[in-house]
Design a binder for this molecule. Structure first.
Ligand code: CAA
Length: 384
């Protein structure tokens, strides 16, 4: 491996790998069938520090670096991608946004509970008519004394039902574009805040994806994150980290698919020999392993850059674009290597294929990543 990991990073990777294989993986196929939220796994992950990985110890987190987080998230994703997406949104977007933009009061009230895994966080930016273009959102937040009154509907919220707290964006000034959007920390159970319909998805079936409905929901003004008008910046900064998380998930699922394909190829006999002996198949595996390694290097490099405190929008988008497209190609090939069996639920590769499909869509489609990347290149005139 080109990227040299420290002893501590290797230790975290090995600890999470063991946990993922022993605890998370054995029940993943059943969870995919039943759509049961992985509450037990998440409770254990909270105890292991996996739900506050980059939160400093003063707020009850692990104080780990982003590289360690990427390694951990990839291990969880290889075992169960549904569990991994909950971990990803919780750590990358919710905890990180609170840490970066939250007042001391917000951090004390919420970040500690999130970091210990007592509550799971969600992030609500998307709306029925505002997906790739979040500036066109129509949810409003109107100041009324020491509260904001929220009205509107959010869509495709990961952990919408099973979260205890949601970072919600809403327009506080209709006359401004992105500068009229603010972000609020909204607890579940507030009057006027309900969970709407739950999506029936092709993959990530044990992770709930829901509408969130706000009808005259009064949110305390002290729950405004950052300041009025900062919501779009908070969302975009959160998504920079989130996109590194999706790249990590892609690596985890791709590694699991590659491992399954290699195992199957070594066991399956056709034409009087193991199919692993056929050059056509060996070259397919060589391409899969090479693409996976390239994605891993890009993702770890983006994570390391973030750890150095440098801006990562470009690198996060590149890693997310490449890794999510890679895992879609790779899981399709893993099914091909399994032949007819790959199309059945007797083998895990069909689940990997279904789970990976959304990776090129959520937290910014591949097309949006190309917008971000090309904007950087033309604006900065950077040679890449
Ligand atoms: N960090 C900080 N600030 C940023 C930023 C970043 N990464 N990207 C943009 N900004 C700032 C810009 O600097 C600019 O600020 P100023 O006016 O002060 O200079 C402002 O935001 C507007 O920037 P743009 O003009 O580039 O904004 P835009 O409206 O053209 O949109 C976009 C840019 C890249 C298309 C953006 O809208 C985008 O990323 N869209 C995709 C949204 C997305 O990923 N949604 C997924 C939601 S989460 C999800 O999937 C569900 C889940 O739970 C997992």
């Amino acid at each position: 491996m080109l990227f040299k990991l420290t002893d501590e990073q290797l230790m975290i990777q090995s600890m999470v790998r063991e946990f993922a294989r022993k605890v998370v993986a054995p029940t993943a196929a059943e969870r995919d069938r039943s759509k049961e939220f992985p509450a037990d796994n998440l409770k254990k992950m909270g105890e292991l520090g996996l739900l506050g990985m980059m939160v400093p110890p003063e707020y009850d987190g692990e104080g780990a670096d982003t590289v360690s987080y990427v390694l951990a998230l990839a291990e969880i994703a290889g075992a169960c991608a549904s569990t991994a997406v909950v971990m990803s949104v919780h750590n990358s977007i919710v905890c990180e946004s609170l840490l970066r933009f939250g007042s001391e009061d917000l951090k004390k009230r919420y970040l500690k509970r999130l970091a210990r895994g007592r509550i799971i966080g969600a992030f609500a930016l998307t709306e029925p008519q505002a997906g790739s273009d979040p500036v066109s959102q129509t949810t409003t937040a109107v100041r009324d004394g020491d509260h904001y009154v929220l009205n509107g509907t959010k869509r495709f919220t990961t952990t919408g039902r099973n979260s205890g707290l949601v970072i919600v964006t809403a327009k506080t000034d209709e006359s401004q574009r992105h500068k009229g959007i603010s972000a609020f920390v909204v607890e579940k159970g507030l009057p006027g805040f309900t969970v709407g319909r739950e999506e029936d998805k092709m993959g990530l079936r044990a992770s709930d994806t829901t509408d969130l409905i706000f009808e005259d929901c009064r949110v305390p003004a002290k729950n405004l994150l950052g300041a009025e008008g900062l919501g779009f910046k908070i969302a975009m900064t959160g998504l920079d980290g989130g996109r590194i998380g999706i790249a990590a998930q892609s690596i985890g699922v791709a590694q699991a698919a590659l491992d399954a394909a290699v195992k199957y190829a070594k066991e399956r006999d056709q034409f009087g020999q193991k199919i692993a002996k056929f050059q056509g198949l060996r070259w397919m595996v060589a391409d899969m392993a090479t693409e996976l390694e390239a994605a891993r290097q890009m993702t770890l490099a983006a994570a390391a850059r973030k750890d150095r405190g440098e801006k990562v929008s470009l690198e996060a988008s590149m890693a997310k674009l490449f890794a999510s497209e890679m895992v879609n190609r790779l899981t399709a090939k893993a099914i091909q290597i399994h032949g007819g069996y790959g199309f059945t639920k007797d083998y895990p590769v069909e689940r990997y294929y279904r789970d990976a499909r959304v990776f090129t869509i959520y937290e910014g489609t591949s097309e949006i990543q190309r917008v971000v990347i090309s904007n950087h290149i033309f604006k900065d005139k950077r040679a890449v």
